[in-house]
Design a protein around this ligand. Structure first.
Ligand code: AMP
Ligand code: MG
Length: 523
């Protein structure tokens, strides 16, 4: 699971020709009587012209506030009465602005599937406001699917209900797994038609994060030779997201190092739960090391390192096993973009060198925890890798296996069945279990203690594709949409390490029909 040696691009000292900047005159922001009651912060908007376009949402007909994330709303300091107010639905639909703030679409560029794609930007995302939560934390509030922006290119600025449900579910599932992510605050639905492969309906997800700044924001100003803007963006990110780096001799060098570390650690966490992002373009990489932009993601069912969750990814560039190397490749793109602030390519490479050890250390630590090992010993990496090899050979379910492994007993094979029966080739499991027991004997931790620890790191529930599909069908095929299944799923995904005895079916192996599901960039 090391990052492949040869995949990273070489840093070069030169830049390429810019694309033109395109901010459009902004619609005025109308004052509203309703007040959500959250202190506003200057946030990204303080960066001023050149970083975004002021743009109002395109009204969504007859919006319905279908879901709100109450615990997240509490964290933000958003009172239940404010959430329930009809004006709030209008705001979260993109129909009226956040009181006191102009909504903006930010400009960024990026590398898509390994090639420079030029200017992209928020084509269907609107940053409503940045607010201060009661605990002092700053949060950007963003709508996804609120209509066209100057960066929409050929797109309609909308998101369909299907993909909005997937984003909502998965961001909350990742949070439940303890993996850094943007969050979902609300889902607004409408009957408004949206054309994809078939006719679907529109929805708007409200998502929040300390910042939605991506690697691609930096690439944009670098490749357009706007080094002053590049520096201001870096200063903004350091001041708001990495304040401790201000004291460093070169805060920009330290920023690159910190982002490399966080990204490596993030992808180690993805690997440890079998999460495949699906579109790891540099415009989908968070500068804070958050999982961002849920599209054609997927969780592994049977362990298959070559699994490609995105139907549009013909080359398998973003296959599960490629993610660690791609994460590093993306950090190199960020390093290239930060060069004017850092100096020589060799300096940037020293910062980027933080990626691999951060990935490796976190990955190995997580694999040890998944195996219920408390201490590090020589041979642990080999033990984990041998296990992955037999899981791959047998196509054994990744999540179910690790959860079942906790039942194994150190002294005898009486607890092996749950894990062993997932193999057709039981001898392969037995041979590995001999080595595993030898290793457990060294630690001599009581079985119940080890099992409890394993159950805190090996989730019983992940957002398998077919589960998302059931929630989508439940909502989409009823009129009005029925979110019962989605609520049930959220309940377990927000606490995926608990047993939830009433929801066993959500931990079951995928049904046969799951094999025919495919997800693509179309959303
Ligand atoms: P993604 O593949 O979702 O990361 O999107 C890549 C770029 O395409 C971003 O600039 C998005 O804002 C833009 N985009 C994707 N879908 C749409 C859409 N339906 N309308 C407008 N822009 C879109
Ligand atoms: Mg994106």
């Amino acid at each position: 699971m090391n990052a492949p040696e040869s995949v990273v691009p070489a840093l070069v000292a030169a830049t390429v020709a810019p694309a033109a900047s395109t901010d459009r005159p902004a619609p005025a922001c109308e004052p509203a009587a309703f007040d959500p009651g959250l202190p506003l912060l200057p946030g990204f908007q303080a960066l001023g012209d050149g970083f975004f376009a002021r743009v109002a949402g395109t009204p969504l007909p007859d919006p319905h506030l279908a879901l709100v994330n109450r615990s997240l709303a509490d964290e933000l300091g958003l009172a239940p009465e404010a959430l329930a107010h009809p004006s709030m639905t209008a705001i979260l639909a993109g129909n009226t602005p956040w009181p006191g703030a102009d909504s903006i679409a930010t400009v960024y560029s990026g590398h898509q599937f390994g090639a420079w794609a030029g200017r992209l930007g928020d084509g269907r995302a609107l940053l409503l406001a940045q607010v201060r939560a009661p605990d002092g934390g700053a949060w950007e509030i963003q709508l996804k699917g609120a209509g066209k922006t100057p960066f929409s290119r050929m797109g309609d600025g909308r998101a369909v209900l299907r993909s909005s449900i997937r984003e909502y579910l998965c961001s909350e599932a990742m949070h439940g797994l303890g993996i850094p992510t943007t969050r979902a605050l609300a889902l607004v639905t409408s009957d408004a038609p949206v054309l994809r492969e078939t006719l679907e309906t529109a929805a708007v997800v409200t998502r929040v994060a300390p910042t939605f700044v991506r690697f691609g924001h930096f690439e944009h100003f670098y490749w357009n030779r706007q080094h002053d803007a590049l520096r201001r963006l870096a200063d903004h990110v350091i001041d708001t997201g990495y304040p401790a780096l201000r004291a460093e001799p070169n805060p920009y060098w330290s920023l690159l190092q910190a982002v490399s570390e966080r990204t490596g650690a993030l992808i180690a966490q993805w690997q440890s739960v079998g999460f495949c992002h699906g579109v790891m373009n540099t415009d989908n990489m968070s500068i804070l090391g958050l999982t961002i932009d849920y599209g054609p993601f997927g969780f592994l069912d049977g362990f298959d390192p070559s699994h490609v969750c995105n139907h549009s990814d013909d080359q398998g560039r973003y296959a599960y096993s490629m993610q660690p190397g791609i994460g590093e490749w993306n950090c190199y793109c960020l390093g290239q973009a930060l060069l004017p602030l850092i100096g020589e390519p060799a300096d940037a490479e020293r910062a980027l060198a933080a990626y691999r050890p951060a990935f490796e250390a976190r990955y190995r630590e997580l694999m040890r925890a998944k195996l219920g090992l408390c201490s590090a010993a020589e041979g642990d990496a080999a033990l984990a890798d041998q296990l992955l090899a037999i899981l791959e050979a047998g196509g054994v379910d990744f999540t179910a296996f690790f959860r079942a492994l906790g039942q194994l007993r150190r002294a005898d094979a009486s607890g092996d069945a749950a894990a062993r029966d997932l193999f057709i080739d039981r001898a392969a499991f037995d041979a590995w279990a001999v080595r595993y027991r030898e290793r457990l004997a060294v630690e001599a931790i009581e079985d119940p203690i080890r099992q409890a620890a394993m159950n805190r790191v090996n989730p019983k529930f992940v957002l398998r594709n077919h589960l998302a599909e059931i929630a989508i069908r439940g909502a989409r095929d009823a009129s009005p949409p029925d979110f019962t299944e989605m609520h049930r799923l959220l309940e377990v995904l927000q606490h995926p390490f608990d047993e939830h005895p009433d929801h066993q079916t959500l931990a079951a192996l995928p049904p046969d029909w799951a094999g025919s599901l495919s997800v693509s960039c179309s959303s």
